[in-house]
Design a protein around this ligand. Structure first.
Ligand code: ZN
Length: 559
C-alpha cells in the first residue's frame, strides 16, 4: 500500500502539478541562483531608512475614477521615532507617482531610487517623538495581468455594465497602488481608509464603515476604520453597486457581525452559498480560538477575481461553486463539501492576518496552516477520517521541487508546496504528538501568543518545540529547508524487520507508527539500520498513512 502511494506520487506528480500550479498557486519561487537586484533589497529588507521609525497609523484617502482607471489622493503616515534619523523610505511602484511629501505644512525634499523614495526630513526627529508625514500621489496603477497571482487593479463590469473594481497585491506589494512602508515586519496599529467613488457605486474596505460623506452631488466617500494592526497587502478597496446582507454570529467572544457584499445579480446565490461562513467560523473558533477581529467584524465581499485574505474583508470570486471553482484537489469528494475560497481565505484570518509573516520567505506560516485548516474544517464537521482523506488525496499536487522557505531580505517566497505539502507536514506533526486535544490547545495558544503580531519561522519553530516538548529542529530543517521527503526503507531478514531513514538531514529522528493485526507499534528509525521483532514476519503491516513520508521495501542484503 505504501509502495503504491510512493509510485503514485512519483508518476502523477508532473501531470497534476502542471495543471494545478498554474491555476492555484502564486508564481513559483525562482531558484536561489537568480541574482537579486538592489531594488529587491530595497523592497525586501528592513533598510536603515525603514528601521528607525515605528508605524502607528495610516489615513489613506483616495478617489477612484473608473473611467480613467486612476487613483488620486494622499496617505498620512503617523510614526514614532525609535532612533534619530533624517531619511525616511516610502515605497510606491511605477507607473504611480508621488507628487510631494509634507511635514507640518512644509514640503520636504526627496530622492528616488526606482520604487523607493527617500525623504529628507528637515524637522529634527528625536527619539520618542510622534510625527506625521503626508504623501500626495496619484496615477493609473498597474492592471493585474492575472489576479490575484499577479498584483494590480482589476477593472470589470457587472451584468448591467456598471464598474466592478478591486485590488489584489500579495507579493508584489501594496505599493502597487498606495504609498507605504512596503515591508511586512511593521504594521500600523490602526488605519482609516477613505475612498471616494461615483454614485451609485459603493466602496467596501477593511474594518467597519464609520461614515459616508458627499463631497459633491454625484460622489460618495466611504470611511472605513480598521481598529487592529493590518498588513499592508491586506488593505483593500472593492467597488461595485453592491447588495448587502448581514447576520449575527454568537461566537467565543460574543456577538460577531458577518456582513456580505455581493453583486445584485448574485444575491440569491449568495444567500445560499455564504452559509459556509458561519460553518467556517464554528469550526475555526473551535480549532484556533476566537476570531481575531471581533472589533472589525467579518465580511465576505464579491470581487472580479478568485479571492484574497484581506483582513476582516475577505474577498470572494469562486463563482458560487463548491470546491475550487468546482474542483476538488483531493479527488476524494471531500473537497466538494465546502466552498474552497470561503474556507481557505477565511482561515487566513488566523494565519496571515492574526499571525503574520515578517518576511515573505516565511509565507508557509500563512499557507501551510491555512491549507491545513481546510482539513480541520472537515474534521470538525465530518470527523477525523474526512480530514485525513482530504490531505492524503491532495498529495498528488505536491511537487517537492525546491524548499518551502524562500530567500530572506529580497521579497522572495519559497515553493508552492507551502500549500498542500505544508498542510501534510503539520498533519504529520499532529500524528507525532498523538493527542488531538493537546494539538488543538497548541493551535489555540499559538493564536493567543502571537495575537496581532508579525513573526518569523524561528518564532513558530521555537513555540511548537516548547509546547510539544518534542525535538523538532531536524523535522523543520528537513521539511521546510530541503525539498526531500524522508524515505522509510525496510526489509525482512531472519524474521526481523530492518528499517532506517534515507534522504534525511543529519540527526533526523521522527518516529513511525506501524500497525498489524489491530496492534500498533512505534518505531524510532534513524539513518542507521535497526531491527525489531515486534512485527510478525510475512504478514501485511501498515505504516501510518497520515505521515507525509515515502516508503520503500528493499531486498535484504545478501550474506
Ligand atoms: Zn492562501
Amino acid at each position: 500500500m505504501q509502495q503504491l502511494a510512493f509510485q503514485k506520487i512519483g508518476s502523477l506528480a508532473l501531470l497534476c502539478t502542471t495543471l494545478y500550479t498554474l491555476t492555484l498557486f502564486p508564481t513559483q519561487a525562482q531558484q536561489t541562483s537568480v541574482p537579486y537586484s538592489r531594488q529587491d533589497s530595497l523592497r525586501g529588507s528592513i533598510t536603515e531608512e525603514r528601521e528607525w521609525w515605528d508605524l502607528l497609523y495610516y489615513h489613506l484617502d483616495v478617489e477612484v475614477d473608473p473611467r480613467r482607471k486612476s487613483i488620486q489622493g494622499k496617505n498620512t503616515v503617523h510614526y514614532k521615532v525609535l532612533k534619530s534619523s533624517q531619511t525616511l523610505q516610502i515605497d510606491l511602484q511605477e507607473p504611480m507617482e508621488i507628487k510631494g511629501f509634507y511635514q507640518e505644512g512644509r514640503e520636504m525634499p526627496y530622492r528616488r531610487e526606482g520604487n523607493a523614495y527617500f525623504v529628507e526630513l528637515e524637522l529634527p526627529q528625536k527619539v520618542g517623538e510622534i510625527h506625521q508625514l503626508q504623501v500626495v500621489y496619484g496615477g493609473t496603477p498597474r492592471i493585474s495581468p492575472n489576479p490575484p497571482w499577479s498584483g494590480g487593479l482589476t477593472w470589470e463590469k457587472d451584468q448591467k455594465g456598471r464598474p466592478f473594481i478591486a485590488n489584489s497585491n500579495q507579493g508584489d506589494g501594496a505599493s502597487l497602488w498606495w504609498p507605504c512602508k512596503d515591508h511586512m515586519y511593521d504594521e500600523p496599529d490602526s488605519m482609516l481608509i477613505s475612498v471616494t467613488v461615483p454614485d451609485p457605486l459603493m466602496n467596501v474596505s477593511n474594518g467597519r464603515l464609520r461614515k459616508t460623506e458627499k463631497p459633491s452631488p454625484e460622489k460618495t466617500t466611504y470611511h472605513w476604520f480598521v481598529s487592529s494592526p493590518i498588513a499592508n497587502y491586506g488593505v483593500n478597496i472593492s467597488i461595485a453597486d453592491y447588495a448587502h446582507f448581514s447576520e449575527e454570529y454568537l461566537g467565543e467572544k460574543g456577538p460577531l457581525t458577518l456582513d456580505y457584499y455581493v453583486l445584485r445579480e448574485n444575491l440569491e446565490k449568495a444567500l445560499v452559498q455564504f452559509k459556509d461562513a458561519p460553518r467556517m467560523m464554528r469550526a475555526f473558533e473551535h480549532w484556533f480560538g476566537p476570531y481575531p477581529f471581533y472589533e472589525d467584524g467579518f465580511k465576505l465581499i464579491e470581487v472580479p477575481y478568485l479571492g484574497m485574505e484581506h483582513q476582516s474583508a475577505v474577498t470572494y470570486g469562486n463563482g458560487y461553486q463548491q470546491g475550487y471553482k468546482g474542483k476538488d484537489f483531493s479527488e476524494t469528494g471531500w473537497g466538494l463539501t465546502f466552498d474552497y475560497i470561503i474556507i481557505h481565505e477565511a482561515g487566513h484570518e488566523w494565519f496571515a492576518n492574526n499571525i503574520t509573516y515578517r518576511d515573505i520567505a516565511d509565507m508557509w506560516i500563512h499557507e501551510s496552516f491555512t491549507t491545513y485548516s481546510e482539513s480541520l474544517f472537515l474534521d470538525y464537521h465530518y470527523g477525523v477520517n474526512a480530514g485525513n482523506a482530504y490531505l492524503q488525496g491532495a498529495r498528488s499536487v505536491i511537487k517537492n521541487d525546491i524548499p518551502i522557505i524562500g530567500d530572506y531580505g529580497v521579497n522572495q517566497r519559497g515553493s508552492g508546496d507551502m500549500y498542500f505539502k505544508g498542510a501534510n507536514i503539520l498533519h504529520t506533526l499532529r500524528q507525532w504528538i498523538d493527542q488531538d486535544e493537546k494539538w488543538r490547545a497548541i493551535l489555540r495558544k499559538m493564536n493567543a501568543t502571537f495575537y496581532h503580531q508579525t513573526v518569523s519561522t524561528q518564532d513558530i519553530e521555537g513555540f511548537l518545540a516548547r509546547e510539544t516538548g518534542l525535538p523538532l529542529q531536524t523535522f523543520f530543517d528537513q521539511y521546510l529547508r530541503t525539498a526531500q521527503v524522508p524515505l522509510f526503507q525496510h526489509y525482512w531478514k531472519d524474521d526481523r524487520l530492518y528499517y532506517r531513514w534515507q534522504e534525511v538531514v543529519d540527526g533526523f529522528s521522527m518516529p513511525v507508527t506501524v500497525s498489524q493485526n489491530n496492534l500498533t507499534h512505534v518505531l524510532h528509525p534513524t539513518a542507521a539500520w535497526q531491527s525489531t521483532d515486534l512485527l510478525l514476519p510475512g504478514r501485511v503491516f501498515e505504516i501510518d498513512p497520515n505521515l507525509y513520508i515515502f516508503t520503500q521495501q528493499i531486498r535484504a542484503p545478501s550474506e
